[in-house]
Design a protein around this ligand. Sequence first.
Ligand code: ATP
Ligand code: MG
Ligand code: MG
Length: 528
Amino acid sequence: KARKAALSKAGASYNIALQETEKGVVTRFPPEPSGYLHIGHAKAALLNDYFAHELYKGTLLLRFDDTNPSKEKQEFQDAIVEDLALMGIKPDKTSYTSDHLETLYQYCIRMIKEGHAYADDTDQETMRDQRMNGIASKNRDNSVEQNLAILEEMKIGTEKGLKNCIRAKLSVDNPNKAMRDPVIYRCNLLPHHRTGTTWKMYPTYDFACPIVDSLEGVTHALRTTEYTDRNPQYQWFLDTLKLRHVHMWDFARMNFIRTELSKRKLTKLVDAGTVWGWDDPRMPTIRGVRRRGMTIPALRDFILKQGPSRNIVVMDWTNFWASNRKEIDPVAPRHTSIDVKDAVKATVTNGPAEAYIEDKPKHGKVPTLGNKKVAYSKSLIFDQEDVKLFKEGEEVTLMNYGNAFVRKINGSNPITDIELELHLEGDFKKTEKKLTWLSTEGQELIKAEVWDFDYLMTKDKLEETDNWEDFVNPDSAWKVDALCDENVKDLKQDDIIQLDRKGYYRVDRAATAEKPLVLFGIPTGKTK
Ligand code: ATP
Ligand code: MG
Ligand code: MG
């Protein structure tokens, strides 16, 4: 409801702009195929999808903004297509900025011919300095012929061409620095993943985006607010080239504490082996959070609830995972695990002579999830952590079983084994301890690796002056070996369960005869 309200409020103001457009609404999601999609991209994609499809029955374009061969790869492009599908986003059309390279080149020639662009071989540092201080480049007033000749050198990538870039002749000293003669073309000799070595120079985002938006029929360009300064520049290109107008719509970037969302930095974590890959459960990628146990409905809901607000906030992960908990709790079957390290053997002195099995519900409150088999016998195991707190003579409750007296405790630090005496007619409401346990007889206990994860960064929010690599958490994944009840044999990859008294887990790998079950802990939004 909150999400609907926020969005329809945005929709209402959106509508005002819409009256000017005769055709339907056309939005676009323009990722650069230079990494896997992260949760920030998910926000951009979902908002575009929402405005195009849910609010207006319009058209959503997916456009790969692929004009920098130094960063882009087919692998990333394919992953983006898959991840959008996973999120239930269906673009009506897919295009590539690289399909427009010839057209963009022609527009660049026109810009030069009409006196709106010039070639510049000023070195990067000087250029930055001059832009900062409102100083004109020495090349600003070169002739059209000179500029066109250099453009041709750039096009074939000659030594001279490589020293140059093309800049829009917009302003030298506009108070808005985005208006100070932005670069519109630069050379790159690396092969492009779609166009190979056809091109040696590529348009910048600033130049390509307004033109391609206009040519592809985009009516509303949604951009994150860090582009707001560049909006007048975007409009200037459309005006100068007499192209169809496009409405701009700014929304806030989504940020999270202890999380880096820059693709450059995420790439570095992957390449350095700090994480296992783009789909590492600690990564803020769509694949990462899914592997950690986030469900798609919860992800969509969480993001759309943020709505199109323009206030940049750094979010806590608490609500993110709390929205997931609501989704998974009613459908997660309950299982039991005991940590292998220092597991305590218990002998039930008055236990059953023979092990036996009973059917018990997989979820106490959701009978539709069906039953599981619980084994009972004289031989049980417990977690050391629990037994450490036992006192001889104390009455405790064994979950799914009943009460028992602790009769004997052998060993200390660690305790090795104990003796219990069942007291099944005892009142479980009167005991302090409700315990998980497993019978070592009557079932085959299943080995499991149980993983838990921490944030990748050690500081909530980095300052401009912080070197981010100094704050990468060196210790963010832990594994515990455990034994589980036999029922977990049937679990499949991606299943979500709850281990009694331990938490929610996603199955990262099913158990096989050779290999243990692999479980990843799912945060619940509550701090441990
Ligand atoms: P990076 O700076 O890490 O390279 P990017 O923003 O350049 O990321 P793109 O592939 O160009 O990555 O982004 C595609 C779309 O997603 C853009 O519209 C961009 O504004 C949006 N986007 C990127 N990061 C976020 C974020 N954290 N929150 C919301 N939208 C985002
Ligand atoms: Mg970008
Ligand atoms: Mg970027």
